[in-house]
Design a protein around this ligand. Structure first.
Ligand SMILES: O=C(O)CCC(=O)C(=O)O
Ligand SMILES: [Fe+2]
Length: 379
């Protein structure tokens, strides 16, 4: 290798190292164009296919089905369960209103999360880790150890289960982040459990007709499941058509409760072959079916691809609360949903296999879920 080639590689490595410091850090240095590392191949860009009408963007906004949590917990439960089930089958997403979590709890979480990203880089970088199991992890892109093209997002992930073991490792600055995140995680976990109960009832697995013990043992397993809070930060981007805040992906867990920025749109879901932008509703959660629920429901509820657009003038914060079954628990179609007319469509799996899968390959689209599907043709 010539000396100049060696120097070239060293420069590239140094540049790559810079990108691992995150998008916020890059923006703080005052960039005016998107570096090559973030430029997507043409077919993966936000406007790909716009002209041929297959995937058109931006001009298609979507009001997701709305589920009123107060009705779900009240005398209209049967009707609300029906709407929930339709939303999970047709959209894989819904907006949850009247969810009972006060706007003080949600806005404090957003505020403290935002403050974390405003800390000096040296403070933030204390939490940088390649360890996916770290109780607090500050990072960038989607899977920064694997992504060839980086996406325009930084994140702070907080492991929440069990809270007492994780809490001492959470950032101590900003000073009120821990308290805000404890309140937020406890309240979203409670809401998640109510939604699990409703989801299982909508699938006919728990409810008044089942014995108390049967219901409790089902729910206990979910109660012991993992919860991760992710604060997503998408800085404003000088060339938003060239990159994405998050690439097309589905969520691994059972359900995700997402608090969207009320003012800055960005979330898109794939619906009827198109990318559509979700209209934020103030004081609501966007709830989506994860891979795990698609498998558990034997494909009846859909874990739908979604992605995030970035914005030329405004940065955006979202808070995702990701919930799944315990690490060691088998994930499989519920035996009660399988019969001659409805054959088992997915192989059994577990969280450990998922972690192995994402550490070994670039996690894009529905690869993991696809890898779990059984071939039923001719059976
Ligand atoms: O920021 C958003 O709206 C979506 C975030 C998301 O998809 C995720 O955290 O998995
Ligand atoms: Fe997601």
């Amino acid at each position: 290798m010539s000396p100049s080639m060696g120097a070239y590689h060293a420069d590239e490595e140094e540049e790559d190292h810079q990108f691992h410091k995150g998008v916020k850090h890059l923006c703080e240095k005052g960039i005016t164009e998107v570096p090559k590392k973030y430029i997507l191949p043409v077919l993966e860009r936000p406007n790909a296919g716009k002209d041929d009408g297959i995937f058109s963007n931006n001009d298609h906004n979507l009001m997701l089905p709305v589920i009123d949590f107060a009705q779900l917990q009240g005398s209209n439960r049967v009707q609300a369960l029906h709407s929930l089930s339709k939303a999970c089958e047709e959209y894989g997403f819904f907006q949850l209103i009247n969810h009972g979590i006060s706007s003080e709890v949600t806005s404090r979480m957003v505020q403290e999360g935002r403050k974390f990203f405003e800390l000096p880089f040296e403070e933030r970088s204390k939490y940088m880790s390649k360890d996916m199991f770290s109780p607090a992890r500050y990072g960038t892109s989607f899977n920064q150890n694997k992504d060839r093209v980086f996406c325009w997002r930084d994140f702070l992930k907080l492991g929440c289960h069990p809270l007492s073991e994780n809490l001492p490792f959470w950032p101590s600055s900003p000073s009120e982040l821990r308290e805000a995140a404890v309140n937020y995680s406890e309240q979203t976990k409670f809401l998640y459990m109510m939604l699990v109960e409703a989801t299982l009832e909508s699938l006919g697995l728990v409810g008044n007709t089942k014995s108390g013990n049967e219901n409790e043992s089902y729910l206990k397993e979910f109660e012991d499941g993992s919860q991760i809070i992710v604060v997503n930060c998408y800085p404003s981007c000088p060339e938003p058509d060239l990159t994405l805040g998050m690439p097309s992906h589905s969520d691994y867990g059972f359900l995700t409760l997402l608090l969207q920025d009320e003012l800055v749109k960005g979330l898109q879901i794939q619906h009827r072959g198109r990318w559509v932008t979700v209209e934020p509703i103030p004081n609501s959660f966007v709830v989506n079916v994860g891979d795990h629920l698609e498998i558990f429901s034997n494909g009846r509820y859909k874990s739908v691809l979604h992605r995030v657009l970035v914005n030329p003038s405004q940065s955006r914060i979202s808070i995702a609360s990701l919930h799944s079954l315990p690490f060691s628990c088998a994930i499989r179609p519920s035996p009660k949903l399988i019969n001659d007319a409805n054959r088992k469509r997915y192989k059994d799996t577990d969280f450990a296999s998922f972690m192995e899968y994402i550490t070994a390959c670039e996690h894009k689209n529905k690869n993991f879920l696809e890898s779990r599907k059984l071939d039923l043709i001719g059976k």
